[in-house]
Design a protein. Structure first.
Length: 134
């Protein structure tokens, strides 16, 4: 697979190609507008195609999208992005936020209770390890 084919795959995977008046509008990778691709005539308005008269990355991208969206029986599948939103149970969220500090303290205290107390080797009294962590 050469670099044009790889770039064509990248354009087809990351860009929105639209069909208008029998031609495909393929966005420029540099962000400077669109190129018009006619798949029947294997023609593109980009400089690479006009100079070399070969299948450019825009033609390849349009072919990939066309093959992906057209079934063998001729029906076309249009892919659209749908934003899904979920409802929020704000009363439960607020309750959890209000109890978070107390619950965190209880959890930390129970975790620290399992810290072993090393033997005291100095004459000065020290506090328990679990209390010093907590």
């Amino acid at each position: 697979m050469d670099s044009r084919q790889l770039k064509g795959l990248e354009i087809a995977a990351t860009s929105k190609l639209m069909q208008s008046d029998g031609e495909w509008l393929v966005p420029s990778q540099s962000g400077n507008g669109d190129y018009r691709v006619n798949l029947e005539e294997q023609r593109c308005t980009c400089l690479d195609h006009e100079t070399r008269n070969i299948r450019c990355k825009h033609i390849l991208a349009a072919e990939i999208v066309y093959q992906r969206e057209t079934a063998p029986d001729g029906t076309v599948t249009e892919t659209k992005t749908v934003r899904v939103t979920y409802s929020q149970d704000w009363s439960s969220y607020n309750r959890a936020q209000m109890n978070e500090e107390r619950m965190f303290g209880d959890l930390l205290q129970s975790l620290c209770a399992g810290v072993p107390q090393p033997p005291q080797t100095r004459s000065r009294l020290s506090c328990k390890s679990s209390d010093s962590i907590w």
